[in-house]
Design a protein. Structure first.
Length: 262
């Protein structure tokens, strides 16, 4: 399918992981890509691969971001840049908390502010935010989780305010995605089998791949999703549908219990 011919897509954090997979997916469907990332060489490599353009900036650096986005126009924004440093509240210092809010929430606000004017002028646009199941329930990383919960609600505000102007806003909330990023690299150092260990929590029998999220983004940002606005699409293999390991422990017999009940 070539759902994005004639459209320009800006992907933040586009050099690696989910961002890189999204860049490739949208390019394969005809989009012109703007790959925004702080890693210059990798961003340029990915942009060259898809015939796009690299924009080099740290999304937490307001001045640098304003400079690279000054004249940018996009039909699609995928606000993907993010990360986490503290896995527990005890580890979460005030400085780390501010950094995680800045990286995962405020940066998305800044990039949105930059692309909205051209979308308003055209009377169309699609905003897609990469949130997380962390924004829905407690699975650690409290600063990151707070930011992602805020991102989901920021998206809803944008959906309501800008929907009448032809601009849709939606989120994708991934479960565990094997991206090979820094936080997962640290976890692998502690437990090389971490992904296999986590698999038991996922009803589909595996953790996610970056391409799973890219496919969801490609749907939400496409014209065929024109009536999808203000949605948070959870892409987690069934993680939040129910706690499979707990259910397995509760099933002590394989026959109905006479007179059983709550």
């Amino acid at each position: 399918m070539k759902r994005y011919e004639g459209k320009t897509a800006l992907v933040t954090g586009g050099a690696n992981g989910i961002g890189r997979a999204t860049v490739r997916r949208l390019a394969a469907e005809g989009a012109s890509l703007l790959v925004l990332d702080r890693e210059k060489e990798t961003a340029e490599e990915v942009a060259k691969e898809v015939g796009g353009r690299a924009l080099v900036a740290d999304v937490t650096d307001t001045a640098a971001l304003d400079t690279v986005l000054r004249d940018v126009e996009a039909d699609v924004l995928v606000a993907n840049a993010g990360g986490t440093m503290a896995s527990s509240h005890e580890m979460l210092t005030a400085d780390l908390f501010r950094l995680e809010i800045d990286l995962n929430l405020e940066a998305a606000y800044r990039v949105t502010k930059a692309v909205l004017p051209s979308m308003i002028t055209k009377g169309r646009g699609a905003l897609v935010y990469i949130a997380s199941v962390n924004g829905l329930f407690h699975v650690g990383n409290p600063g990151y989780s707070a930011a992602k919960a805020g991102l989901i609600n920021l998206m809803r505000t944008l959906a309501v305010e800008y929907g009448p102007r032809g601009i849709r806003a939606n989120c994708v909330s991934p479960g565990t995605i094997d991206t090979g990023n820094k936080s997962w690299a640290r976890r692998r150092q502690r437990d090389p089998n971490i992904m296999a260990t986590l698999t038991k929590w996922y009803p589909v029998g595996r953790v996610g791949r970056a391409e799973d999220i890219a496919a969801a983004v490609a749907f939400l940002a496409a014209d065929e999703a024109g009536f999808v606005n203000g949605a948070n699409l959870v892409v987690d293999g069934g993680l939040t549908a129910g706690i499979a390991p707990m259910i397995a422990e509760l099933v002590v017999e394989d026959k109905p219990i006479p007179g059983g009940g709550a």
